[in-house]
Ligand binder design. Structure first.
Ligand code: 21W
Length: 246
C-alpha cells in the first residue's frame, strides 16, 4: 500500500498546495501519506540554474535538460525504499480507475512532471518506469495531471476517507455511472422527487437505482457499455425500468 509520494517539479507550490485541500489534503499534511517535492532547479550546477535548453534538430520550444532532472529523480530515489518512477506525459497510458488501483499498490511513487515541450528522451529511457496521461487535451505541464493522480490514489488508501467511500464507489468500480440523487424538499419548483425513493421499499429503491445506473451508462457512455455483460439481475432491473417508462 502506498505510503510515500515524491514529486519532481519545477513548480513545487502546485503540488504542496494539495496538503491544504480536503480530506486527501489532511492525509498528506498529517503524514499518513508522505508527500515531498524535489525541484530540478536545485540540482543545477551552472550560475543561471538553467533547467531547459533548445531542441537538437531545431524547432519551437524548449526541452528539459537531462542532468538536473536525473539528479532530482536520483535524490528522491535514494531517500528510502525502492520506488516506481512514473512520468506525467501526453504520450502516457490514459489514467482510469484500474490504473489508480495499480498505482496505489506501490509502496512508493516518484512522479516526474514535465514542462516546456517535454523531457529529454534519454531520461525517459534510463530512469522512468512508466508514463501516464490524464486525457486527450493539452495542459501546460505535468503538475495538474500529478495533482489529479495524487487525489485519485490517496483517496484509495484505507482510512483516508470515511466508511461511506467503498459503498459509494462500488458503482464506478463496477464500470457503471452513478444513479441520480435527490434531497429535500420533496417538491422543488414544481419538480417532485421520483415516487419510488419516498416509498420506503428498499427492494424497489435498489432496483430503481441499478436500472438508472445501467440506463445512464448505456445512453451516455457507450464505451463503458460495450465492455459489459448483463447478469440476470441487471436484465430484470432494466426490464422493470423500460416497463415503467414505456
Ligand atoms: C503538452 C507538453 C503538449 C508538450 C504534438 C506534437 C502531462 C499532460 C501532460 C505538454 C506538448 C497530461 C506538439 C493530459 C497533458 C503535460 C504538457 C506537445 C506540441 N503536439 N495529460 N507537438 N494532457 N502536458 N505540444 O498535456 O505535460 S500528463
Amino acid at each position: 500500500m502506498l505510503s510515500r509520494i515524491d514529486v519532481i517539479t519545477l513548480f513545487p507550490d502546485w503540488v504542496e498546495g494539495l496538503k491544504s485541500l480536503g480530506l486527501t489534503g489532511k492525509a498528506l499534511a498529517s503524514g499518513q501519506v508522505e508527500l515531498k517535492t524535489w525541484n530540478p532547479r536545485d540540482f543545477t550546477s551552472d550560475v543561471h540554474r538553467s533547467v531547459d535548453d533548445r531542441p537538437y534538430g531545431g524547432g519551437p520550444g524548449m526541452v528539459m535538460r537531462p542532468e538536473p532532472l536525473a539528479r532530482a529523480i536520483e535524490a528522491a530515489s535514494s531517500a528510502g525504499s525502492p520506488a516506481r518512477v512514473a512520468c506525467l506525459s501526453p504520450q502516457g497510458r490514459k489514467l482510469d480507475q484500474a490504473g489508480v488501483l495499480e498505482l496505489v499498490q506501490q509502496q512508493r511513487l516518484i512522479l516526474v512532471c514535465g514542462r516546456y515541450e517535454g523531457i529529454d528522451q534519454r531520461v525517459l529511457d534510463e530512469l522512468i518506469d512508466d508514463e501516464w496521461s490524464i486525457g486527450d487535451y493539452v495542459l501546460s505541464g505535468g503538475e495538474p495531471a500529478a495533482a489529479v493522480m495524487i487525489d485519485a490514489v490517496v483517496r484509495q488508501i484505507p482510512g483516508v476517507l470515511g466508511h461511506e467511500r467503498s459503498a459509494i464507489e462500488d458503482s464506478f468500480a463496477d464500470g457503471l455511472l452513478d444513479c441520480p440523487h435527490f434531497t429535500r424538499p420533496e417538491n422543488w419548483r414544481g419538480h417532485a422527487v421520483p415516487e419510488v425513493l419516498t416509498s420506503g421499499d428498499h427492494g424497489r429503491i435498489s432496483q430503481w437505482r441499478r436500472a438508472q445506473a445501467l440506463h445512464r451508462t448505456r445512453r451516455l457512455r457507450p464505451d463503458l457499455w460495450s465492455e459489459r455483460t448483463l447478469d440476470s439481475e441487471d436484465q430484470d432491473a432494466l426490464a422493470a425500468w423500460s416497463q415503467e417508462f414505456s
